[in-house]
Design a protein around this ligand. Structure first.
Ligand SMILES: [Zn+2]
Length: 158
């Protein structure tokens, strides 16, 4: 479902970014670009791949999210794109509070998925994709923990 790009560390905005340190296969990392995007990286086959990108939400408030998160002083809003097997692209919205370590992730008309113990919007995206690919019917998110090898700051939340 994901669209992995083989050109490492070239943000879609055109900027070229320095590789984060680390070379453990399967490690993940995040890079913030000057354009505002957050790039979600994974170490694969000796290189960093861009596994996904989160774009800051600039438009109107989004319905369906909890008031608790929407009113948080530290709320972050992002969106990312997924592609299904028919290559249809859809937008997924993320509302995230670093202080609470809570994210809500919403795809089209589905109820938002609430995730706790989240350190970054990129982690929320990965956790949501795991859950989505496992099938919303399963009812319970398949939760994997990711090690962040390139933290952009001190650990937040629980
Ligand atoms: Zn950029």
């Amino acid at each position: 479902m994901e669209n992995s790009k083989m050109v490492p560390l070239a943000c879609p905005c055109g900027r070229t970014l320095d590789s984060p340190p680390g070379h453990v296969p399967g490690a993940s990392a995040e890079l913030a670009c000057g354009c505002g995007r957050l790039l979600d990286l994974e170490r694969f086959d000796g290189a960093w791949l861009i596994r996904g990108e989160l774009v800051p939400e600039r438009s109107v408030p989004i319905g369906g999210f909890s008031l608790e998160l929407r009113l948080r002083f530290d709320v972050q809003r992002w969106w990312f794109e997924i592609q299904d097997i028919a290559l249809r692209r859809t937008i997924v919205h993320v509302v995230f509070s670093p202080g609470l370590g809570v994210a809500e992730v919403k795809h089209s008309d589905l109820k938002p998925l609430r995730l706790t113990g989240i350190a970054s919007a990129a982690e929320a995206r990965r956790r949501w994709i795991d859950w989505f690919e496992a099938g919303p019917r399963a009812g319970r998110p398949a939760v994997r923990s990711f090690r962040r090898t390139f933290p952009s700051g001190p650990p937040l939340g629980g």
